[in-house]
Design a binder for this molecule. Structure first.
Ligand code: DAH
Length: 330
């Protein structure tokens, strides 16, 4: 039976090793027949034979186990060599991408408002006159409806000129309390250093029953938001006019380039205009059938924020698809 030790040692294959195991330890294996033989021996002989047999049994079983582990390790190594991927290998051909600065800015703005418990509401890019103008208290003769500014389709549909129509869609769908932002693309017939025909806005709308929402609430959230985005800046509210808010304000931040001293970017005023806002006009509430409610709204352009944050001088460069621009934002 000692040959089995040599046989185990010289095996290089797991299947063969298994065959050997059965030959030795199987029901009809050599060990079993030796134990049968044991029964036929006389007492003295029996004792010696049994102890030798048990030692041999233990040796064979250890050898088998050892060899099995060795062959299994070998097999894994072989598979790894053939199919494995060396993740430490550097592949120069594969470069990482970067978020477009407009998307990155959009994400930053959205995250702020999500943390402030706002929900996201989206609306269609192709709008009608009612949602884009009429319900927002933009009467028929308003200059914003001019063909110069708006892209119209033949069937009186249009490309939305701002994200404010989502306010109307939200209020027609839901009852107060409302706390939403609406990010998305908007379209105007414009093209120069600071305008492209398609750009992006984020609209905000908060409405509650009764007179719970005040201008102070609006002022707090916008001041907090603007310092979150731009860091240590001063924020100023300037009286202004929008048809959909009353009172209305435009909000400026102190120039982030000259710190308010006056430079080319801020036209030497020390201030940069950043968004429009106000208390929702009662005519807007009437258009959606709301009574006895109060609310504020605001809207801002994403590209403008991105240009300021990254000091991009020409807005059009954001949409030329030049990879050299994106590479700067990795
Ligand atoms: N819709 C305005 C625009 O496109 C931005 C705006 C101003 C939105 C004031 C508002 C607001 O909700 O209250 O210029």
């Amino acid at each position: 039976m000692n040959d089995y030790k040599d046989k185990i040692k010289s095996t290089i294959d797991l299947d063969e090793l298994e065959k050997l195991r059965i030959e030795i330890f199987g029901k009809k294996g050599v060990l079993a027949s030796s134990f049968i033989k044991l029964k036929t021996l006389a007492n003295e002989e029996k004792k010696e034979f049994a102890s030798k047999l048990n030692i041999l049994k233990k040796e064979l079983s250890d050898l088998l186990q050892e060899k099995k582990e060795f062959l299994e390790r070998k097999r894994v190594q072989k598979v790894m060599q053939k199919d494995g991927v060396d993740v430490t290998l550097f592949d120069a051909a594969c470069e990482s991408g970067a978020l477009h600065p407009v998307q990155a800015t959009m994400d930053k703005i959205i995250n702020y408002f999500l943390n402030m418990n706002f929900e996201i509401q989206e609306g269609p890019l192709v709008e009608d006159d009612f949602h884009n103008f009429e319900a927002l208290n933009l009467p028929k003769y308003h200059p914003a409806r001019d063909m110069q500014d708006t892209f119209y389709f033949k069937d009186s549909k249009l490309l939305r000129t701002h994200t404010s129509p989502v306010q109307i869609r939200t209020m027609l769908k839901k009852k107060p309390p409302i706390r939403v932002i609406s990010p998305g693309a908007v379209f105007r017939r414009d093209l120069d250093l600071t305008h492209t025909p398609q750009f992006h806005q984020v609209e905000g709308l908060v409405v509650e029953e009764g007179d719970k929402v005040s201008f102070a609430n609006l002022k707090f959230i916008l001041e907090d938001f603007l310092t979150h985005i731009f860091g240590d800046v001063k924020v100023r509210f300037r009286p202004s006019f929008f048809p959909f808010t009353e009172p209305s304000a435009e909000v400026d931040i102190s120039c982030i380039f000259c710190k308010g001293e006056g430079c080319r970017v801020c036209s030497h005023t020390g201030w940069i205009e950043i968004l429009g806002c106000g208390m929702v006009d009662p005519n807007v509430f009437s258009a959606v059938g709301y009574e006895n409610v109060s609310g504020y709204a605001f809207g801002l352009g994403i590209e403008r924020v991105a240009m300021l944050l990254h000091q991009i001088p020409d807005l059009r460069s954001l949409y030329e698809g030049d990879l050299r621009l994106l590479e700067q934002f990795k």
